[in-house]
Design a protein around this ligand. Structure first.
Ligand SMILES: NC(=O)c1ccc[n+]([C@@H]2O[C@H](COP(=O)([O-])OP(=O)(O)OC[C@H]3O[C@@H](n4cnc5c(N)ncnc54)[C@H](OP(=O)(O)O)[C@@H]3O)[C@@H](O)[C@H]2O)c1
Length: 366
């Protein structure tokens, strides 16, 4: 039986991972070991069959596993991964963090889109697998059909990213900010202009909690995610091109760029896309190619009723469906496609590719 060690299982991504693994009966056929960085000897989830939590820094305990799956974060990966490998551990490492994504001996996993890349890697002995950046994975879940057909010359993504992508503490801060705005609005509920004035004053007040985001997000937005990169990009924007091309295993780089923006939604990322097609393709063909991207991709008709019903974070949250809509040729020319897509970034953007990779290994190595 495959011995699988889980690290980071109680964090935000880890909690969604555990929930999905239970829903899909993934624990069957696994000897599951749970690790902790904060509560060694504490009580583990029932799937540990009574064994206590193990020390996530104990290399010997980690090395007893055939597979290690970490949602603990990049700092943990940096501390542990190199030491484990240099001590001779030859098992499979699956990671939610970005630390190892661009390493030559690692594959970025999104199996509905790149199962061929994963299978080739497994056959050639690759043992390190990393989940992709949430925005990149969700864009590919929507647009995989067009990439597969060689129809994408370049793509520009303008994002509307949820607070959860930055961790649980940031999600909580957004909700605290919302509470304060609601309380401010109640001071003059009958007068829209007075409400606007009171809310803006509250947003700008020193009392607004901003320790996590550095600025008010509720009722506002932040057009900067992650650190600065050369050329004016942020690191989040930089990941778009490098990760898309690595996931797809492209021979020639397909340019991907845009502006990444944090907005006040909770767990769904949205993206407005401009696609430069390699040729003029009729809209009906584009729609059927997109519908075949993955079994979870859903084309939403380009009308108001369907768009406000199906193409929103509210409609998508907690589901695996990745709707893509607002599909139309842009006035820039017949080979320019406009599209809008939404996805739950804790599912396809984080936990789901990891659990599916563990499942691939379980089915392969049993
Ligand atoms: N958030 C996302 O949407 C997302 C998307 C893609 C990738 N990722 C990556 O996934 C990794 C994990 O992200 P995350 O957002 O899941 O991190 P997180 O919620 O901060 O959890 C990480 C760890 O923090 C510890 N922790 C401390 N206090 C906690 C508390 N009150 N509740 C739960 N856990 C607590 C837990 O470790 P112990 O149990 O050992 O104490 C937990 O495993 C990161 O590398 C991140 O970049 C995140």
């Amino acid at each position: 039986m495959l011995r699988a060690g889980l690290i980071g299982w109680r964090g935000m991504v880890g909690s969604v991972l555990l929930q999905r693994m239970r829903e899909e009966s993934d624990f069957a056929g696994l000897d599951s070991v749970f690790f902790t960085t904060s509560n060694v000897g504490g009580q583990a989830p029932p799937e540990a069959a009574g064994a206590p939590l193990q020390d996530a820094f104990d290399l010997k305990a980690l090395a007893s596993c055939d597979v290690l799956l970490s949602c603990q974060g990049g700092d943990y990966t940096k501390k542990v991964y190199g030491g484990l490998r240099s001590a001779g551990w030859d098992g499979y490492w699956i990671d939610a963090a970005s630390t190892l994504r661009m390493a030559d001996d690692a594959v970025i996993i999104l199996d509905p889109v790149n199962r061929d890349v994963i299978d080739r890697a497994l056959a050639s002995g690759v043992k390190t697998f990393a989940g992709g950046n949430c925005t990149v994975s969700l864009m590919l879940m929507a647009m995989a059909g067009l990439f597969r057909e060689g129809l994408v010359e370049w793509i520009s993504s303008m994002t509307y990213q949820a607070a959860s992508g930055a961790g649980a503490a940031k999600m909580l801060e957004l909700m605290q900010q919302m509470d304060r705005l609601t309380a401010a609005a109640k001071t003059a509920p009958q007068d829209a202009l007075q409400v606007e004035k009171a809310v803006t004053a509250e947003q700008r007040s020193a009392a607004m909690p901003t320790a996590e985001f550095g600025a008010p997000l509720a009722g506002s937005l932040l057009a900067w995610i992650d650190s600065e990169m050369p050329g004016g990009q942020t690191r989040e924007e930089w990941k778009g091109e490098v990760e898309t091309n690595k996931i797809l295993g492209t021979a020639k780089t397909i340019p991907v760029d845009g502006i990444c923006v944090r907005i006040g939604t909770l767990r769904c990322h949205s993206q407005g896309l401009t696609v430069k097609l390699t040729r003029d393709v009729p809209m009906s063909d584009i729609e059927s190619i997109l519908a075949s991207s993955t079994p979870w991709t859903k084309v939403v008709p380009n009308n108001k009723e369907a768009t406000i019903r199906d193409l929103t974070p509210t409609a998508v949250t907690g589901t695996l469906t990745v709707p893509v809509g607002r599909l139309h040729k842009l006035r820039l020319g017949p080979d320019y496609l406009g599209a809008f897509t939404v996805g739950d970034q804790l599912l396809w953007g984080a936990a789901e590719p990891l659990r599916r990779m563990l499942r691939i290994l379980r089915d392969r190595l049993g």
